[in-house]
Every structure is written in C-alpha cells, then in structure tokens.
Design a protein around this ligand. Structure first.
Ligand SMILES: C[S@@+](CC[C@H](N)C(=O)[O-])C[C@H]1O[C@@H](n2cnc3c(N)ncnc32)[C@H](O)[C@@H]1O
Length: 507
C-alpha cells in the first residue's frame, strides 16, 4: 500500500480525499473504505478527515460513516425523495392520513414483566401493546389470534391470558422455545425448582464439555465462564417435556449476560471484564427463581386462560393457515434491511444445539425474511427491476441501485435486490393472513421505515399498500414513535402501527 504521509487533506478543494468522499454522495464512506479506494493507510485518512471536519467540510455520521457537508442534508438533494412527499402521495393514492398511536410499544417494559422477562427479546414489542390491541379490536374470549412472526411469543402469551386461542409461526428456534415455555401456563413451579437443583448437582460432577462450533467462542467468554456453561449445558435434561424446556430456556437466557457480548439491539462486544458480574450458575438460579415466582402468580388467573397456544417452527410465507380460521392477527415483521436475526442469535442457536454448523446458520438465514446478510445466490432473482410488488418500488429500487453504484464501495452492490426481495417475502405472508382471517377481521402490523444507501424507504406505507394488493383495506396507519437512522443519526425515522382489514363480503 502506498503511503504518502500526512499531507493528505491539505484543504485543497480538488484534493483526492474530497473527491473520493464526494463520489460517495449522501451515503458517505468509512475510513477503511476510503483507505481502500485511495490505496492509503487508514491512519492518514483519519487525520485528513479530522482536518476536513475542523475546516467544516466533512462530518462524521453514525456507524463510522463520513460525508461531505454538502451532502449532509439529504432533503436538499435533487434525487432525494423525503418522507413527507411519500406521506402526501399515500394520502392521495390510498386515501389515508397518518395518525398517532400514543401507547408504549417497545419490548423494554417486558424486561420487568412477569413471564415476558423469561427471555428478553429486544426485537419484540411490549405486552401492553398487545393487550391494548386485543381490547381496541374487541377480541373476545374464545376468538383465535394469530401472530405469523411470533418471536418470543409476546402476542401468544397475552392472547392466551385474555382467553383467546393463540397461534403463531416462527423460524428462530430459541424464540420458538421461549414462546412454547412462556405459553405453557400449566407448568408448576415446584418441579422446575427440583429440575434446576438436579441440573446443578449433575453439572458439579461433569468435566467441562466441548465448545459450540462458533469460531469466536473463546473470544466471547472467559475461560471460567466457558467451563461452567458447558457443564450446565451438558447437565440439562433432553428437550421435549415442559420442565426440561423451561430449564433450557433459563440456560439460554444467561448466555449473553455471562459473555463479553451485549445485544442492544445488535450483537456486539461490550464489557471487557465480564467476570465483574455474577457467575453463570448464580445467573441460572436467578432465572429459575423469576420463572417459579411468575408461575405461582400466573395461577391466580387460571380461570381466564384460553386453550393451549400453538407455536409452529414454520416459514410464515408458506404456512397455509386454514381459510377463515382467524379472528384477529397482530405481528411485528422484520424491518426492511433491519435485523439479521441469525447473526444476532447465533450464540443462542449454537449453545442450545439448534445450529451445529455455519451451514445451518446459512440455511436459516435463507428462510427468514430478507436481511442484508443474505447470501448473494438468494438475491439473484431480484436483481432485475421487473415484477416488483408495488409501483413505488419501481422508483425506489433504481434510486438505491444508482446510489450504490455512485459510491462504488458500498457493503453490497445488490442492495436494491435485497429490498426487492424483502417486500416479495412479505407479500405471501399478507396474502396468507388475508385468507386465514374471517371477513371483517383485522391484521395489525408494527413496522418501520428505513434509510438505505442514502435512499428513503417508507417501509410502513409500502406494507400497507402491499396489503391492499392482496385484498385488504387500510383501516389506519398510526405513528407510534420516532427513531434515529443508524446510517445518519440526524435523520428521523418512525415506527408505525398499520391496521389492515379484510373487507366484509370480499372474496
Ligand atoms: C420483530 S420479530 C417479532 C417479535 C415478536 N413480536 C415478539 O414480541 O417477540 C420478527 C420475527 O420474525 C421472524 N421471522 C423472520 N422470517 C420469518 C419467516 N419466514 N417465517 C417465520 N418467522 C420469521 C424472526 O425470526 C423474528 O423472530
């Protein structure tokens, strides 16, 4: 690598660094990307960028991205279509104005809520939100409630507590385990406590066991934590009966807190001194104590429970729910280019034995709704811009493709194909839920918009429009909260509650 030393970024407007950054336009570039592009050492790029920043020419955005000041305000760019104009078009074309949803929506409050706290799923929504939806849509005892992307079972727990028949599909097996255990209200506390004692007694007699296949396991955990966790894991009874499943879930819950990792919401390295906290055995005992306390409390409402919940480890795109079998559906699908659930839950997948190789992780990623880590072979069919699921995508996808091409070194050059596939993945789920709902039945989705490769993608409005393409009418779109773009902290995104209705008398 040639290294011209610290003279780079000398303030000259025609300097190669300014030119390279300018070419990346509104998307910006990281130090590493600029270093590769200019074939220079990252430390010199960093120094030059600092100088450009001091001179007011460049600024640092979220995720280590740098952008020229001229590109800071996306809305000023000729090729940028801002959120407001999509909202206006939505009103004109779909006849719906955006409202407000005032209740709490994020999973945060679930961390302290009995039963929901058994497996904190940061990607979930709050139990309060589900309760308010069940009541707002007059879901009565004995009704059937469906969640096609059931996650850790927030919907299913609340639906069953309200006396409904709860059913869901979900592909991520640690989440399926959580949903199954959390909806098994009949479980008694005493056998769980006895089972946990048995696990601890067995673990004491075992030698440390083999590590899961993940290459970075030794980096993720201290040697002491690894020994203790492998012994606890090997002492768990085989999955399959309610007590064994509850013990396994408690073990799953302690994995990330016992590691050097944190999830907020993406998995990353955080605490260096994980030895500061309680050891895995103490964490396991705390998890069991919370579970048994909640099980005792739950029994007070026994008379109100709906029938056994059903959670299927199944692909929502092809689930084939029986026609007319569902009264109300509520979910939060993955967001466009949002979360790679497989990457974020690989530790849980590997330690709980649900994935035994990197190939297993890839297979699961292929089945999940598209995220931006999808293998390239999975986006090939979507690279062309024909047959997009909504006319708005005919404008948005080429814009993403052009921005990525202009930048030259974006993470992937098929980003537009990933977005295309994301909406193509959601459409059969919408169609399946439409068929499954009774006439007049409603489908509520919590979904966000995105900023991708400097292009605004109104994910919530697109989902509502896709709904109409399979027969739904749009009852409302209500903005529940504002959030910041990970790509550009100054850019405000939203999270909306989209309510669709299967019209009465429709075929
Ligand atoms: C936002 S989360 C749902 C969280 C859930 N509402 C809760 O509170 O726990 C989206 C879920 O969709 C699941 N998912 C993605 N693609 C799927 C597919 N094709 N079929 C079924 N589930 C899928 C993911 O594994 C993830 O758990």
């Amino acid at each position: 690598m040639k290294d011209p030393g610290p003279s780079l970024g000398d303030g000259s407007r025609s300097h190669p660094l300014r030119a390279a950054l300018g070419e990346t336009g509104a998307i910006g570039a990281t130090v590493r990307q600029l270093a590769t592009r200019l074939d220079m050492a990252p430390r010199h790029i960093e120094r030059a960028l600092d100088r450009l920043e001091r001179d007011g020419d460049a600024l640092r955005l979220g995720r280590g991205l740098w952008v020229l000041r001229a590109f800071e305000t996306l809305a000023d760019r000729d090729d940028f279509v801002d959120p407001g104009s999509f909202v206006e078009r939505f009103q004109q074309e779909n006849g719906v104005s955006l409202g407000r949803y005032a209740g709490p929506i994020t999973f945060r409050s679930n961390d302290a809520t009995p039963v929901h706290r058994w497996w904190p799923y940061v990607q979930g929504y709050s139990a309060e939100f589900v309760r308010s939806m069940l009541s707002a849509h007059s879901v009565v005892r004995g009704a059937t409630v469906l969640d096609p992307f059931a996650g850790s079972g927030t919907t299913l727990v609340e639906a069953r507590r309200a006396g409904a028949r709860a059913q869901g599909t979900e592909l991520l097996l640690p989440a399926v385990l959580a949903a199954r255990v959390k909806t098994g209200f009949e479980l008694e506390a005493a056998p769980v406590s006895r089972g946990a004692e048995g696990v601890l007694n067995r673990a004491r007699t075992l030698s440390p066991g083999p590590l899961p296949f993940l290459r970075e396991t030794r980096r993720q955990f201290s040697p002491d934590a690894l020994e203790e966790l492998t012994r606890l894991r090997d002492a768990l009874p085989p999955e399959g009966d309610p007590v064994a499943d509850a013990l396994r879930l408690a073990f799953g819950r302690i994995l990330i807190p016992s590691s050097r990792l944190h999830r907020s919401p993406c998995l990353g390295y955080g605490r260096r001194h994980e030895s500061d906290g309680p050891n895995p055995t103490d964490r396991f005992l705390t998890a069991i104590a919370e579970m048994t306390d909640d099980l005792r409390e739950l029994k007070a409402e026994r008379g109100r429970w709906g029938p056994d919940a059903s959670i299927q480890a199944q692909d929502a795109r092809t689930a084939g729910w029986p026609p007319g079998s569902v009264d109300f559906a509520v979910t939060s699908p993955p967001y466009v280019n949002g979360m790679d659930y497989v990457m974020n839950y690989k530790v849980d997948l590997a330690w709980l034995g649900y994935a035994r190789s990197y190939r297993d992780l890839t297979l699961l990623r292929r089945a999940e709704v598209a995220c931006d880590n999808l293998p390239r072979s999975e986006t090939l069919r979507y690279v062309g811009l024909e047959r997009t699921p909504d006319p708005w995508l005919n404008e948005i996808l080429p814009r993403i493709r052009e921005n990525v091409a202009r930048k030259g070194s974006y993470r992937r050059d098929d980003m537009h194909a990933i977005v295309h596939r994301y909406f193509a993945d959601l459409k059969p789920v919408l169609a399946g839920v439409y068929r499954a709902l009774v006439p007049g039945g409603r489908f509520v989705l919590v979904v966000g918009d995105s900023l991708l490769a400097g292009t605004y993608v109104p994910g919530d409005l697109l989902v509502a429009r896709l709904g109409t393409s399979v027969g739904f009418s749009i009852a409302s779109v209500e903005v529940a909260r504002r959030r910041r773009s990970g790509q550009r902290r100054s850019f405000e995104l939203r999270e909306s509650v989209v309510t669709l209705e299967r019209p009465r008398g429709a075929g």
